[in-house]
Design a protein around this ligand. Structure first.
Ligand code: C2E
Ligand code: CA
Ligand code: CA
Length: 426
């Protein structure tokens, strides 16, 4: 077996391998993890002061921890920014407080004072498996950071939610391969002037063999944080565009609206990928709307803007989804590479009861029209809301009041019969 170095080369402290070798379960004892900084902040630091000084950051941090804990306790340097130690008898408030106090002063690295942004997590040393205990301490330290607390104890409930996220992510590729897990539901949008259905928004559904139905609001953000989002969007594009082709063949002239993630746009060649699928399915680009959120614009990336513009040149329409929820930078509305603005349902749902929300939506519709965008209202749940929006000349309507998302078969039944597409107005 390879003989691994038991010490960290930067701080000289015993490392993670040594922790694994030394660890023994001990009821009453606790493992404490201290993280010096969050990874994003550390990367900025690395860029600003270079590797040599950032190594000082770890060395000075280790010395500071030693000063807080004294020499009787073994401190392990388990990953770049993290140290752990076992406290027999448990991590008392006084000890934790002492560590927090010691890290209030900056760590001086190459003459530059750097404010540490520590997180402290602790867990019982009851498990016999050192890797499990280490992971629990890390989970607690992350909870501490997420909650902005001084320290956090391992919490099985929040950890289980994270673990579920991990399981879901690892099973997503298999779900994309399986024939019976992912599916699309379709929710119609209606032209408010004519009452005719104009398009169907494809909404992804996942029926997991063990967890049952999982909301896209849970698994899409997980996928978006990883490269899985590219394969997932590809799955949605292929299935939604094939469905558009099948409906067109039956004489149903409807556009398909597809949700895409900001990260899809940062990948060059995305437009070519769509063009290929459209060609394979014999569907015209003018039958496609792509809905994206402001997150894509916040990236403020030239690639994103070029990609959107190139997509529009092919005849695909671009809709800005969830409009009004971000507003990171309002100035972009004047030069948005988009055709449609979709006002977020959180605004729409309030217009019937809240005068100020009604004013905002009414003004947004006017503003969008003045800038030549078409306006869609999503999340219309009542007749009152629908009528108000119709009065304000909103172009298209979508929401449970008109129709919930439906599977493809139900959707085509609902759309086929003119009586049922007649809007419930008047
Ligand atoms: P979204 O794009 O804003 O989609 C609208 C969501 O509101 C859908 O939830 C829809 O079922 C729901 N909805 C529709 N009408 C009403 C209404 O009248 N009232 C209320 N309260 N809700 C209404 P769903 O299907 O759970 O999707 C949630 C989100 O997941 C979507 O929000 C979208 O951001 C994301 N998503 C869904 N499918 C995809 C996909 O294929 N790709 C990507 N990237 N994201 C997707
Ligand atoms: Ca959408
Ligand atoms: Ca939306």
């Amino acid at each position: 077996m390879m003989n691994l170095n038991p010490f960290d080369v930067i701080t000289g402290l015993p490392n993670r391998q040594q922790f694994i070798a030394d660890y023994e379960a001990a009821p009453g004892s606790q493992l404490v993890m201290l993280t010096l900084s969050d990874a994003k902040h550390f990367n900025q630091l690395l860029r600003a002061i270079g590797h040599d000084y950032s190594e000082d950051f770890m060395r000075v941090g280790a010395a500071r921890l030693r000063a807080a804990m004294g020499h009787d306790i073994t401190i392990y340097h388990v990953s770049i920014l993290s140290f752990v130690f076992i406290v027999p008898g448990g991590a008392t408030l006084e000890r934790l407080q002492k560590i927090v106090e010691h890290f209030k002063a900056p760590l001086v690295c190459g003459g530059i004072p750097i404010a540490p942004d520590i997180a402290l997590g602790f867990t019982d040393c009851a498990d016999f498996n050192p890797s499990n205990v280490l992971r629990a301490a890390l989970a607690a330290a992350q909870d501490c950071r997420n909650n902005g607390a001084d320290w956090a104890r391992y919490n099985r409930k929040t950890d289980t939610a994270h673990q579920r996220g991990f399981v879901l992510l690892s099973q997503l590729p298999a779900a994309m391969q399986a024939s019976d897990q992912l599916s699309l539901h379709f929710q119609p949008k209606y032209n408010m002037a004519t009452g005719q259905p104009t398009s169907a928004e494809a909404l992804l559904r996942w029926k997991h063999p063990v967890f049952g139905n999982i909301s896209p609001a849970e698994f899409i953000p997980l996928a978006e944080a990883t490269a899985h989002i590219h394969a997932l969007t590809d799955w949605v594009l292929r299935h939604a565009i094939a469905q558009a082709g099948a409906w067109a063949a039956k004489g149903m002239q409807l556009s398909i609206a597809i949700n895409i993630s900001p990260r899809n746009l940062t990948r060059r060649g995305f437009g070519r990928q769509i063009a290929q699928i459209l060609q394979n399915c014999g569907v015209s680009p003018s039958s496609i709307e792509l809905e994206f959120t402001e997150g894509a614009l916040v990236l403020n990336d030239q690639i994103v803007l070029e990609e959107l513009q190139a997509l529009r040149h092919t005849g695909i329409r671009i809709a800005l989804d969830d409009f009004g929820t971000g507003f990171a930078n309002f100035s972009y509305i004047t030069h948005l590479p988009a055709d449609i603005i979709k006002i977020d349902k959180s605004f729409i749902q309030k217009i019937g009861s809240d005068h100020r929300s009604a004013l905002v939506v009414r003004s947004l519709i006017e503003l969008a029209h003045n800038l030549d965008y078409s306006v869609v209202a999503e999340g219309i749940e009542t007749e009152k809301t629908f009528k108000m929006l119709a009065d304000w000349a909103c172009d298209e309507a979508q929401g449970f009041y008109l129709s919930p998302p439906l599977d493809a078969v139900r959707f085509s039944e609902v759309i086929k019969f003119p009586r049922q597409v007649k809007l419930k107005v008047g």
